[in-house]
Write a protein that binds this ligand. Structure first.
Ligand code: HEC
Ligand code: HEC
Length: 193
């Protein structure tokens, strides 16, 4: 008897959280119109300066928006955008972009760089946090298929500690990477899609 009560409560909770998520995606779609100019339709940005958001982990997107708003990560464009977002907006946007299908960027990778990047990634244990295929989990971003230009910029920002909202994971790792390593890793990542 007790078991059935608990089970019913659990099922009801599951139903609520599923519909809440669907509502978030729907609300996020509308709010995402403010992002399309830079991040592209459905979060598949065309220019390499703007990160692909389609298929990114919602938890990671949410935390980055919060960091931009609260000044832990800064960028002239994104810090301004985030100022106008409330918690619910960030959650809706994260749910929407996370649910979109990522498409290939069309970047032509250099096979020699992809190979060298793969070797460096193995040596640096990237998959320990980003998982196999660099697909990410929760607050660890999916980087597979990301624009090389954006990735290279982030490596440099981590190395110079201009970006330091990573609890030390990436800033310390980046100290061990040369510009050549970073470029190779960016090609390898781009090729993972
Ligand atoms: C004027 C152009 C512009 C607009 C509009 C814009 N962004 Fe951005 N966005 C950028 C740039 C440039 C970056 C990379 C900044 C950096 O290096 O920190 C970025 C980064 C991000 C990131 C971090 C991604 C990552 O992989 O770490 C998120 C999340 C994001 N934007 C979400 C949004 C959302 C949601 C909107 C709409 C509400 C939006 N952006 C609107 C230019 C823009
Ligand atoms: C100890 C865990 C850990 C390891 C190992 C690690 N990462 Fe990360 N990485 C993270 C976390 C956490 C973030 C997000 C930091 C934040 O919230 O700003 C991140 C962010 C990144 C980003 C920025 C993504 C974006 O969208 O802005 C790139 C690119 C990246 N990692 C690539 C790599 C590569 C390549 C390796 C191996 C050479 C690696 N990482 C190893 C934990 C790790």
């Amino acid at each position: 008897m007790k078991f059935r009560v608990v089970l019913t409560a659990l099922l009801a909770f599951a139903a609520i959280s599923t519909s809440a998520q669907a509502q978030d995606i729907e609300a996020g779609k509308k709010k995402a119109e403010a992002c399309v100019a830079c991040h592209g339709a459905n979060g598949n940005s065309v220019a390499g300066a703007f990160p692909v958001l389609a298929g990114q982990n919602p938890r990671y997107i949410y935390l980055q928006l919060k960091d931009y708003k609260e000044g832990r990560r800064s960028n002239p464009m994104m810090s301004a955008v985030a100022q106008g977002l409330e918690k619910q907006d960030m959650q809706d946007l994260a749910a929407y972009f996370g649910a979109q299908k990522q498409v290939r960027t069309g970047f032509k990778t250099d096979p020699a760089r992809v190979k060298a990047g793969a070797a460096k990634a193995e040596e640096s244990l990237c998959a320990m946090c980003h998982l196999g295929g660099m697909s990410g989990q929760n607050e660890v971003p999916r980087v597979a298929g990301q624009h090389p230009e954006y990735v290279l910029n982030q490596f440099k920002n981590f190395k110079s500690r201009e970006r330091h909202n990573d609890a030390g994971n990436m800033t310390s790792l980046a100290q061990t990477l040369s510009e050549e390593d970073m470029t190779n890793l960016a090609h390898w990542i781009s090729d993972l899609y």
